[in-house]
Each structure stands twice: as C-alpha cells, then as structure tokens.
Design a protein around this ligand. Structure first.
Ligand SMILES: Nc1nc2c(ncn2[C@@H]2O[C@H](COP(=O)(O)OP(=O)(O)OP(=O)(O)O)[C@@H](O)[C@H]2O)c(=O)[nH]1
Ligand SMILES: [Zn+2]
Length: 313
C-alpha cells in the first residue's frame, strides 16, 4: 500500500474501523479505496455530499481519504484529506472539474510524426500542470520516424524554458528506460492526443503488465473510450499511473496569467525591461519582449503562443 507519509497525523487515529486510504478507482458513485493492503468498494458519507455542491469533484482518484470499514467488506468515506495537487479540466458550463488528485507529475506525450509534434498544445498542457501544482514532463515519442536534430530543434525552446524533456521510441526502445525511471515511485498522469503512443510506451516500459489493455478487457468488455471509470494503476517498482477519461481535453482550459508566465519563463524575464509595467507585448512602444523576438533571443513561435494563451483569458 502507498504509505501515508504526506499525512503522518492520520496514523494516530484511535478508532479501529477508521483507517486512511487511497482512492484508486471511481465508477459512478462507487469509490475503490486501497487500505490495509486491499481494495474495498466505498460509498460517500451523506453529509460529505451536502457540504459541497459540485459532487463530481468531491472525491476523485488519487485522493487520500478516511474510511470506515464495514463488516460486509465495504466501506464508507468519512473525510477527504487536503489535496497537494489537482488535475483540472473544464466541466459542465466551463466549471472546473477535478479528474485526479495528488498526482506528482503530468506526463505530456507527443509524437514526432503521425500525429505531428504540436508544441502549442504541449505548452497548454504544461500550463494545466502548473495550474494544478504538478510538475510536467514532456515526452516526444516516435523519434524513430524523424531526424534526431529536427526533434531537438522542436524541443529546444521548451527545454530552454525549463521543461524536462525525454525523447522516446516505443519501437526502438529509445528513452524507454529513462521514462520508466521517472515514473517509478511517483504518481503520474499521462496526457496526449490519440495515436501518439501512450499505450505502446506503457507496454514498452512495463511489458509484464499491460495497464490500459487491462482496462479495456474488464467488465462489460467495452473499450475504455466508452467507460466512465477513472483508475490509478500501481506500477511495478512503486508509484501509480492514472488513467482517466477526459484527460485529452485538458489543454482546453483557460489559463491564468501566472500559469502562462510559468510556462514561458524566458519571456517573463525579458518583460522586466518593458517600458510599461502592464505591457501586453503586442502593440506597446519600448517593449523588451518584442525587441528580443526581433533579434532572435526569444523564439518567435513561442512568443506567438504566449500572446495567444494570454488573450484567451
Ligand atoms: N514508429 C512508431 N510507431 C509507434 C510508436 N509508438 C507507438 N506507435 C504506433 O502508433 C500507433 C498508436 O499507438 P498507441 O500506443 O495505440 O497510441 P495511444 O496514444 O495509446 O492512442 P489512444 O489509445 O488512442 O489514446 C500504433 O499503431 C503504434 O504501433 C513509436 O515509437 N514509433
Ligand atoms: Zn512588452
């Protein structure tokens, strides 16, 4: 079981039936909680629901909870402990919808080709990670299909902006060991368009353990695209990987200025030299950012996406 090191006080609970646990799966109103080395199905205590209107985000996979275990092998979730991070996407009426809690990192998977590398989408995913207080790891898969120097030229501006990048190929095995070492022992979510090779990478990293295939073959036999369950899969060697529906729409959220700024640190640093404190770096005179774009110090494509992401607010 994942130890509750983040919440050391929990271990001192006196009641025998109340224990702390980790929500590893949610299916409608049933939550599977890992506690005491087993997974038990739990319902939410009624009074918890009353306290918050947006019940959908009340308890999600990754949450640390206090459960009362019942004699019949089920349990009741009494409390949710404070979250360290939240993975959020726009939900009903654009309201924030939390799809996973306490992830350490968001792994943003792109491919070099088929589909082509999309840096802007990557930057938007990175802002989503920042928004939820997670770290971001950018993976460019299918590197066997493109010249190494070309791929490096795509990710260079991201790396210069402070992003962690791993180049992989599920076919040749490039970067697979490195990616695995960055997942083991941590709790991660994986985001990326269909077809970039998320499933292939998981299989390459953990061949003995086909995470997403397991999700597809279970229950009704329907594919995971039709299921609404979210799940944390324990990884061989420790840590978890989250598989949650809706993770693809992540990049569509509107980001705050701060989150955008964090994704473009080289632009923010330059902005200190602008003539106006509230310079938008678009039409103002004496703009240090525009000067830096002109003389090549700031990547023009990144600058354009920066302006676009700030405009969307
Ligand atoms: N050449 C090459 N093909 C790859 C690589 N990784 C995956 N593929 C192929 O790309 C296709 C899509 O791979 P998947 O692993 O299903 O992609 P996914 O991201 O899980 O897609 P969804 O399940 O739709 O989200 C498959 O035909 C894979 O064989 C790679 O590194 N190189
Ligand atoms: Zn400016």
């Amino acid at each position: 079981m994942r130890s509750c090191t983040r919440f050391p006080g929990v271990a001192t609970l006196s009641s025998e039936q109340a224990t702390d646990g980790l929500v590893t799966r949610s299916e409608g109103s049933v939550f599977w909680v890992e506690t005491g080395g087993r997974e038990i199905p739990c319902a939410l205590r009624g009074r918890m629901k009353k306290r918050q209107l947006r019940v959908s985000s009340l308890v999600v996979v990754g949450d640390q909870v206090i459960v009362e275990t019942l004699a019949d092998g089920t349990g009741v979730i009494e409390e949710r402990l404070p979250r360290q991070t939240e993975l959020v996407r726009p939900g009903f009426r654009g309201l924030p919808h939390v799809i996973a809690a306490n992830l350490d990192q968001l792994v943003i998977v792109q491919s070099a080709r088929q589909p082509s590398f999309k840096r802007r989408l990557t930057e938007r995913f990175m802002a989503t990670a920042r928004r939820g207080a997670m770290s971001a790891l950018v993976v460019v898969n299918k590197c066997d299909l493109e010249d190494k120097r070309v791929v490096e030229s795509w990710v260079e501006p991201l790396a210069a902006g402070g992003a962690e990048v791993v180049l992989t190929s599920a076919v040749t095995g490039l970067g697979v060991d490195e990616l695995r070492s960055r997942l083991v022992g941590r709790v991660s979510g994986m985001a990326g368009q269909s077809g970039v090779g998320k499933s292939s990478l998981i299989t390459a990293m953990f061949p003995e353990y086909s995470i997403r295939t397991a999700a597809t073959s279970e229950g009704t036999g329907k594919g995971r695209h039709t299921t609404t369950s979210s799940r944390l899969y324990p990884l061989p060697g420790g840590g978890y990987l989250a598989d949650t529906p809706g993770i693809r729409e992540l990049g569509l959220f509107e980001d705050s200025d701060e989150d955008v700024a964090g994704v473009f640190p080289e632009i923010e640093a330059m902005a200190a030299g602008c003539g106006f404190r509230d310079c938008t770096h678009t039409h103002e005179p004496s703009c240090a950012v525009k000067d830096a774009v002109e003389n090549g110090e700031i990547d023009e494509d990144r600058y354009r996406n920066y302006v676009r992401m700030r405009r969307r607010q």
